[in-house]
Design a protein around this ligand. Structure first.
Ligand SMILES: Cc1cc2nc3c(=O)[nH]c(=O)nc-3n(C[C@H](O)[C@H](O)[C@H](O)COP(=O)(O)OP(=O)(O)OC[C@H]3O[C@@H](n4cnc5c(N)ncnc54)[C@H](O)[C@@H]3O)c2cc1C
Length: 489
């Protein structure tokens, strides 16, 4: 046994040496400390992933600057059988870019910059930092429709391949909603890499696929007007009133909102930077609202018994960070600064009456497990994502919470596994499997992240009986779906 492991290690080292030689001057790093740091993402927010991903480290990192270098990396990987794992900012929280069994990380951050801007769209390279991109768009009076709360470190391709939605989703919906991704350009993992441009519905093949079906080189996204956003923080003595207010505000389509987030007491009080702002015992409703609609939002909140406790320009609040860094995944991260054992399960409430759906479930958790909810649109409907926050004890406790939420009609995605299928936010169809096989015929891309068969075993899956996130598409016609990708040699 020891002998065969040593033989395997020696073969791997020899293949890596040949791979490195073939790359010539392309940046290559295999220093142990760098490998350890770069083989991690933010998956440690999950107590289960913290354990299961411990010690998984890449063999090397390459950092291409040009498209030619990306092509050269792919050719060498195919020639010597080297696994490739794309990496952007490394902020994903399901271990999406953590190598499960060695391989070479392809750090895309140097492959960045805008390719073209029109009054409606931007096209940029995969490794473009999202905050830098928004800053470049601002002088044109434009901004990205949607960005994650990790915008400062996220890359465009990392968001499209690993994320789902975020800041802006209250107006524009989830990334997977039609119209939110205009085009994705990828390279296949073949001896002669092919360029594939996905447009329209076919962009869904590469979206949230964790970089398992090609290396993304460019992305084209629709743009939105960059309003002057006001950060507003409201306090409510009563959760039900805060919920009703959030549902009403989220349904007022004429109000220009960019974020709408509700955090039941004591979540705000557990966030060190918010505790002095939201009074004890009060639920926090936070919103980014266009300056021209600020008065209407304050009026609406007051009608529901809430009051404005802070208002600031974008990024100017006394809490020291942009307001969106107190919602979505950042809400848990803020709470973990005080109590690292807090965790959550990712729930989608997509019922037609959110007040009733969430209101009926709330008494089961009230006083024990406070709710965090972000309101957003999906398929033209108002939905809420989030969950109760709780101090993790064990998997059985977490499973019981999942079961309670599901009994109340909430859909739970599994944020404690690295498998696309097991996380459940993307439905893996036959078309997805065919696309993986076509783009990565040698199985070299991010191995272990997408199960080609539903019954494949995966040591990193958990026993949580999760159901994924599904918002029914309201079809207005019965036209058959048509893949509209093109392929050029
Ligand atoms: C505190 C916190 C808050 C978050 N908030 C949000 C949020 O609001 N919304 C949201 O959607 N997500 C959120 N996330 C998850 C994550 O931050 C985002 O999805 C982010 O956009 C990922 O970008 P990244 O550049 O860091 O990607 P990485 O983590 O580097 O990679 C993510 C995935 O993309 C793949 N990938 C990267 N580059 C390429 C490429 N060129 N070609 C092919 N595949 C590629 C990687 O292999 C990996 O599977 C949050 C995470 C944390 C920890």
């Amino acid at each position: 046994m020891a002998e065969s492991i040593a033989k395997h290690d020696a073969e791997n080292a020899a293949r890596l040496a040949r791979f490195r030689h073939a790359l010539g001057a392309i940046a290559y790093d295999d220093a142990h400390q760098t490998l350890k740091a770069m083989s991690r993402d933010w998956s440690a927010v999950s107590p289960l992933l913290r354990k299961s991903l411990r010690g998984r480290v890449a063999d090397a990192i390459v950092a291409p600057n040009t498209r030619e270098e990306i092509v050269a990396i792919i050719k060498a990987a195919v020639a010597f059988g080297i696994k490739l794992i794309a990496r952007g900012g490394g902020t994903a929280n399901y271990g999406q870019s953590v190598p499960l069994d060695g391989g070479v990380l392809v750090d895309f951050r140097n492959y960045a910059g805008i390719v073209g801007v029109t009054p409606t769209h931007v096209r940029a390279r995969a490794g473009t930092n999202m905050e830098a991109l928004d800053a470049e768009l601002r002088p044109y009076g434009l901004e990205l429709r949607i960005h994650p709360s990790t915008r400062h470190a996220s890359t465009l391709a990392g968001f499209i391949a690993g994320g789902s939605g975020g800041i802006g989703s209250i107006r524009y919906g989830l990334l997977r909603d039609r119209g939110n991704i205009a085009a994705i350009e990828l390279l296949s993992i073949e001896a002669e890499p092919q360029t594939v441009e996905l447009r329209g519905k076919a962009t869904g093949l590469a979206h949230h696929a964790y970089g398992t079906n090609g290396l993304i080189t460019e992305i084209e996204l629709p743009l939105a007007p960059a309003w002057e956003w006001r950060e507003t923080v409201f306090a409510f003595p009563d959760f039900d009133a805060a919920l009703a207010c959030a549902v009403r505000a989220g349904s007022e389509d004429a109000l220009l909102l960019k974020v709408l987030s509700l955090q039941e007491t004591p979540i705000a009080q557990l966030m060190p930077a918010m505790s002095g702002i939201v009074p004890e015992g009060h639920t926090m409703l936070s919103a980014m609202v266009a300056k021209q609609h600020r008065d209407e939002l304050v009026e609406l909140v007051e009608e529901f018994g809430g009051r404005l406790v802070n208002e600031a320009g974008e990024g100017q609040g006394p809490y020291g960070e942009p307001l969106y860094k107190f919602c979505y995944g950042h809400s848990l991260a803020q709470v973990q600064k005080r109590e690292p054992k807090f965790t959550s399960v990712q729930t989608l409430f997509a019922g037609t009456d959110l007040n009733r759906q969430i209101g009926d479930l709330h008494p089961l958790f009230a006083g024990r497990l406070p709710f965090r909810l972000e309101f957003q649109k999906s398929q033209g409907r108002l939905v809420a994502v989030g969950s109760p926050l709780f101090v993790y004890e064990n998997e059985a406790q977490m499973s019981a919470i999942v079961a309670q939420i599901q009994a109340g009609g909430g859909q739970v995605a599994n944020s404690h596994t690295t498998s696309v299928r097991a996380v459940g936010m993307k439905v893996v169809s036959d078309a997805d499997i065919a696309f993986v096989r076509r783009m990565d015929p040698h199985g070299l891309l991010n191995p272990g992240k997408i199960d080609l068969a539903a019954d494949e075993t995966d040591a990193l899956k958990t026993g949580l009986a999760t159901s994924g996130w599904h918002v029914e598409e309201r079809r207005l016609d019965s036209a058959p779906a048509r893949a509209s990708d093109s392929r050029t040699a």
